[in-house]
Design a protein around this ligand. Structure first.
Ligand code: CP
Length: 303
């Protein structure tokens, strides 16, 4: 991974994924290692973020590096009309690695093609969110003891949710079987289902939540992505399509864990938070260790 950008989860082989997860485990055991002293990471967030930006910044700080950047485009010269290319070429002069979130699908790939320093995609529109996927894989392996042959139930906005797109591609390397639960308007896009068809992997599509989580190993809840809707009335129609409640967890497998990339709006009732099956806040913590590992490998500070 040294000196390479991370744009899509498929940029990584199975072995590289395992290396990230193993190193994240090492950082979880020993998080204070000042291996990034002298390194500068730029976080360019053209869209809002709490977890991704702050966990990257926490990871850099724990490893002894420094962070520069902006958390909204309006405070950068993009607001004066500067192009993405010019912004990237300029920021690359000031940093060793750029972490970027941008609303346009494909922007991270484009940035990686023009940038002299590695780009880490922190989410490009509805396309991909590979570092979220790596922390999801870390969380899945930690809770299930393995990644192979698991049943993953994805719930909610499967059309616009970039985290489920990246996770589907990653878990397809581990012989997962999938259940997609969504309103008709927010079904998993055809291209991802065709991807599974080509690999010969099983998936089912349903609209009922409670009936279809009983044999799940992972229930992956998602927020309806209001910011991707062009018609606010369409959002209103589907925004409360699924709300996971504690009573629905009765009769599920003991190893089952509820994951959510967060932020949550109301798709997981707060009565689930106390359940031993709720894992989403620990999942967010795992983002720090995983992002430490990603940066250390890309910067060549660990092998
Ligand atoms: N999971 C995630 O990307 O959260 P943020 O939008 O808060 O970064």
């Amino acid at each position: 991974m040294k000196n390479r950008s991370l744009v899509a989860i498929n940029d990584l082989s199975r072995d590289e994924i395992f290396r990230v997860l193993d190193l994240a485990e090492e950082f979880e055991k020993n998080p204070i290692q000042r291996i990034m002293e002298g390194k500068v990471v730029a976080t360019l967030f053209f869209e809002p973020s709490t977890r991704t930006r702050l966990s990257f910044e926490s990871a850099v700080n724990k490893l002894g590096g420094r962070v520069i950047g902006f958390s909204e485009a309006s405070t950068s010269s993009v607001s004066k009309g500067e192009t993405l290319k010019d912004t990237i070429l300029t920021v690359a002069n000031y940093s060793d690695l750029i972490v970027m979130r941008h609303p346009v699908e494909g922007s991270a790939r484009y940035a990686s093609e023009v940038s002299p320093v590695p780009i880490v995609n922190a989410g490009d529109g509805a396309n991909q969110h590979p570092t979220q996927t790596l922390l999801d894989l870390y969380s899945i392996r930690k809770t299930q003891g393995k990644l192979d042959n698991l049943k993953i139930v994805m719930v909610g906005d499967l059309k616009y949710g970039r985290t489920v797109h990246s996770l589907l591609m990653a878990m397809s390397q581990f012989n997962a079987s999938f259940t997609f639960i969504s309103p008709a308007e927010l079904r998993m896009p055809l291209e991802y289902k065709m991807y599974l068809d080509e690999l010969g992997l099983n998936y089912e599509e349903h609209t009922d939540l409670a009936e279809n989580i009983k044999d799940a190993d992972i229930v992956y809840m998602t927020r309806v992505q209001r910011e991707r809707f062009s018609d606010p009335m369409e959002y209103e129609k589907v925004k409360n399509a699924y709300i996971l409640k504690n009573y629905m967890l009765e009769g599920t497998k003991p190893n089952m864990r509820v994951l959510h990339p967060l932020p949550r709006v109301n798709e997981i009732n707060t009565d689930v938070d106390e359940s031993p099956m709720a894992y989403y806040f620990t999942q967010a913590l795992n983002g720090v260790y995983t992002r430490m590992a990603i940066m250390a490998l890309i910067l060549g500070l660990k092998k």
